[in-house]
Design a protein around this ligand. Sequence first.
Ligand code: ATP
Length: 332
Amino acid sequence: SHSSSSLISFTKRRRKHQPLVSSSSIRMEQYYSPQKNRKDKVVVILGATGAGKSKLSVDLATRFPSEIINSDKIQVYEGLEITTNQITLQDRRGVPHHLLGYLNPEHGELTAAEFRSAASNAVSDITSRQKLPIIAGGSNSFIHALLAQRFDPKIDPFSSGSGLITSDLRYECRFIWVDVSEIVLYEYLLKRVDEMMDSGMFEELSGFYDPVKSGLTPRFGIRKAIGVPEFDGYFKEYPPETIKWDDDDGLRKAAYDKAVDDIKRNTWTLAKRQIKKIEMLKDAGWEIERVDATASFKEVMKMSSSSEKWREVWEEQVLEPSVKIVKRLLVE
Ligand code: ATP
C-alpha cells in the first residue's frame, strides 16, 4: 500500500461525525432479497476523474451491506497505484473491492466483453450473498458494456451521438453522478497532479519505465495510463537511475515540467470526455441523478488549517442525497 495521493483522502483525519445511518441499524434482509424473475439491483456511481466516486462508493458501503466493483479500465491492472489513483487499502475501510488492481498488465488488455463477463459474475456473487453491488469507476464504455441487456462488442456506443446507447438494461439500476463544476474541478485536478507527483508518482513511473516497451505502438493496457506516455520522452533523455538529479540542470527541469504540464492537460481532457459521455447516457434515457460536490470541493481547495468543513458539506450535499437514492432502490 502506498501513501494516499488524494487531496480528499478521507481516513487521514479522525472522523468527527457519526455516520448518518450506522450500518448496524440497517439489515439488508429487511429490504433486500434477491427474487426470481426480478432483475438484480445495482448502484452505479458515475463522474469525472477526481470527482469523488471512490469516496462516495466507500461511504455508501459503510452504510449499506455492499461491495464495490471497479469500472475504471486502467485501475483493473496491478501496478502504478499512485499514477492511476487507485484507492488505498486504508481508504477502502474494509469494504471488498472487485476487479481492482488484479490483472497482470503483461497478460494483455482487458476488453469490454471480458469486463462485462467478469463484472456480471461479481454482481451475481455479491447479490447471492445478500449484498448490494456498487459499481464505481470512470470508464463509461465499460459501464455500458456491463449494463446493456444485449451487448455488441463491435459497437462503440459513444461514437455517434447517443443513438447507439441502449436503454434496455439487465439490472435494476440507480445512477448517481458525482458532479463538480468545471472550473472547480479544473483547479482541483491541477492541484491533484502536483500532489500525486509529490507523493511518489515520479518514482513509480521511473520504476515502470521500459525503453523497449515504451517504443511500441499501439500502447495497450496500463501503458495508456496518463503519466506513462507523458514521461516517456523524459526518461528516454534521462534514464532512471543512470543520471543523478542535478538541481542546476535547467534542461532537465524543463523536460520534467513539460511532462507534468502534459499530464495536467490530458487529465483535464479525460475529465471533459467523461462528462460528455455521462451527458450522452442521460440523453439516451438513463435515469442519472446528479449530486453536486462543488461546494465540498471548494472547501477542500481552501485547505484552511484544520478545517473539517468540507466533510460536513460532503455529507450534507453529496452523501445524504445519495443515501436516499440507494434507500429508494432497496425498498422498492
Ligand atoms: P475510450 O473510448 O476513450 O476508451 P473509455 O470510457 O472506454 O473511453 P476511459 O476510462 O475514459 O475509457 O479511459 C480513456 C483513457 O484515459 C485511458 O486509455 C487512459 O489514457 C486515461 N485514463 C483513464 N483512466 C485512467 C486512470 N485511472 N489513470 C490514468 N489514466 C487513465
